[in-house]
Write a protein that binds this ligand. Structure first.
Ligand SMILES: NC(=O)c1ccc[n+]([C@@H]2O[C@H](COP(=O)([O-])OP(=O)(O)OC[C@H]3O[C@@H](n4cnc5c(N)ncnc54)[C@H](O)[C@@H]3O)[C@@H](O)[C@H]2O)c1
Length: 260
C-alpha cells in the first residue's frame, strides 16, 4: 500500500463496504475501500455484513493500509451519529463520505408491496440523507470535503421491473444536486455515480440466470458487464482533489448503456 497517493492524509467512511476480499467477488464499496487505502487514505468500512467487513478491513491492514470496520445500518440515525463521532475521535477529522449501501427489488408496479417500497426508500433515500446530514458539520469543521452517492443508471432511465429501486435511486440522484447547491459555498462537493450493469455480490444471483444475463448483455454496447474496480476508480476520482471543481454532477459508468 502506498503511503503517498491520490488520497494521501485523507479520512473516508464508506457504507456497504464489506465485500472487498481479494480472491472473492467484490462490491463497489469494498473495491473502493481497497483502492482508497492504496492511495494513502484512512478508511472506515461500514456495513451490516459484519464478518465480511471485519475480514476485508484486516486484509487491507495486512497489506499496510489503514482500515477499520464498524457496523452501520444506514437507515438508523443513531448508528450514523455514533460512527461519525467515533471516526472523528479516532482520526481527528473526516474528508470523504461514500454513500454506497444498497439492495435490489426486482418487482413490477403491481408486484411491489408497501413494505418493499418503504425499504427501498429507506436505504437509498433516507440512508443517503442521514449520512449527509450528520457528516456535514464535520466536513464544515474541516474546511470542506467530498460526498459521493452511488445511484444507478436506474436512477436515470426505466426498465420492465425494479419499480421502487428506480424511484429510490432517482431520489438519491436529485438529493445529490440539492446538497451540492446547499453546501458549495462551504467547499463541500456532492456528486453521484451512475453504474450500469455490473457483476457483484448484490447482482450475482440474478445475473447468473441465463435469460436475464442475455437481456442485460444485449443492452451494453461494450458487450460485457462492469466490474467493481471499474466503478471504484470513478469513486476515487470524485473523492480526490483532482475533482476540486466538480460538484452536483453525475458520473455515468455503464459501458455505453445510457448513450443509446
Ligand atoms: N451491481 C450493479 O449492477 C449496480 C448497478 C448500479 C448501482 N448499483 C448500486 O451500487 C451500490 C453497491 O452495490 P454492489 O452491486 O456493489 O453490491 P454489494 O453487495 O457490495 O453492495 C451492497 C452492500 O450494501 C450493504 N447493505 C445493504 N443494506 C444495508 C443497510 N441497511 N445498511 C448498511 N449496509 C447495507 C450490503 O450488506 C452489501 O454489503 C448499491 O447502492 C447498488 O444499488 C449496483
Amino acid at each position: 500500500m502506498a503511503s503517498v497517493g491520490r488520497l494521501s492524509g485523507k479520512v473516508a467512511l464508506i457504507t456497504g463496504a464489506s465485500s472487498g476480499l481479494s480472491g472473492s467477488l467484490m462490491g463497489f464499496g469494498g473495491a473502493a475501500a481497497r483502492l482508497f487505502a492504496d492511495e494513502g487514505c484512512s478508511v472506515v468500512l461500514t456495513d451490516i455484513k459484519d464478518e465480511d467487513g471485519i475480514n476485508t478491513a484486516k486484509q487491507i491492514r495486512d497489506l499496510g493500509g489503514t482500515a477499520t470496520y464498524h457496523h452501520l445500518d444506514v437507515t438508523k440515525e443513531e448508528d450514523w451519529i455514533t460512527i461519525l463521532r467515533e471516526t472523528v475521535d479516532s482520526y481527528n477529522k473526516i474528508d470523504i463520505l461514500v454513500n454506497n449501501a444498497g439492495s435490489s427489488a426486482r418487482y413490477t408496479i403491481e408486484e411491489t408491496t408497501s413494505e418493499t417500497w418503504q425499504a427501498q426508500m429507506d436505504i437509498h433515500g433516507k440512508g443517503v440523507f442521514l449520512g449527509t446530514k450528520h457528516v456535514i458539520p464535520y466536513l464544515r469543521q474541516n474546511g470542506g470535503g467530498s460526498i459521493i452517492n452511488i445511484s444507478s443508471i436506474y436512477g436515470m432511465i426505466g426498465s420492465p421491473s425494479s419499480t421502487a429501486y428506480h424511484i429510490a435511486k432517482g431520489a438519491s440522484r436529485l438529493f445529490t444536486k440539492s446538497a451540492a447547491i446547499q453546501y458549495a459555498s462551504e467547499n463541500i462537493r456532492v456528486n453521484s455515480i451512475h453504474p450500469g450493469f455490473a457483476f457483484t455480490p448484490l447482482t450475482e444471483v440474478n445475473y447468473s440466470k441465463p435469460d436475464l444475463q442475455e437481456w442485460v448483455l444485449d443492452r451494453i454496447p461494450l458487450g460485457r458487464m462492469g466490474e467493481a474496480m471499474e466503478i471504484a476508480y470513478g469513486i476515487l476520482y470524485l473523492a480526490s482533489d483532482e475533482a476540486s471543481f466538480v460538484t452536483g454532477s453525475e458520473l455515468v459508468i455503464d459501458g455505453g448503456t445510457t448513450a443509446q
